[in-house]
Design a binder for this molecule. Structure first.
Ligand code: AMP
Ligand code: ZN
Length: 120
């Protein structure tokens, strides 16, 4: 019998491999539903990715689980409060044309400075 977490994991996905601990990351939060870790190429003083453990392709897919989507936004807010002054920008790049390069949904939390209007 497939368990649900296994069924929602893609062995070729870099973020599934980070979640599994196969690729290192600097985690700043984890719970039973999401992990949050620092982006490898930060675009702001605080740049954290909040990633559901379940492999959803993008935020349209994640919207099928509104409780999980809400939890991602709650964790984003608490990370911004813990690592910066609480103000933050939340970005879901959705589709290659919008700059999505990892097709496992993730919220970019940008914080810790004055963010320009068109930055990121
Ligand atoms: P996106 O372009 O919206 O799909 O965002 C993917 C983000 O993942 C980029 O900002 C990358 O810098 C980041 N990234 C890719 N691989 C890693 C990794 N191994 N650890 C941390 N961040 C990563
Ligand atoms: Zn994945």
């Amino acid at each position: 019998m497939l368990d649900t977490v296994t069924a929602q994991t893609d062995p070729d996905c870099v973020f599934c491999r980070i979640i599994a601990g196969e690729i290192p990351s600097e985690r700043v939060h984890e719970d039973d539903q999401v992990i949050a870790f620092r982006d490898l190429a930060p675009k702001a003083p605080v740049h954290v990715l909040v990633v559901p453990r379940a492999h959803h392709r993008d935020v349209r897919d994640l919207a099928g689980d509104p409780q999980l989507l809400a939890h991602v936004t709650t964790v984003a807010g608490s990370v911004a409060g813990e690592l910066a002054d609480g103000d933050f920008r939340l970005i879901f790049n959705t589709g290659a044309g919008a700059g999505q390069t990892v097709f496992h949904v993730h919220a970019h939390v940008l914080a810790g400075g004055t963010l320009a209007e068109r930055e990121m």
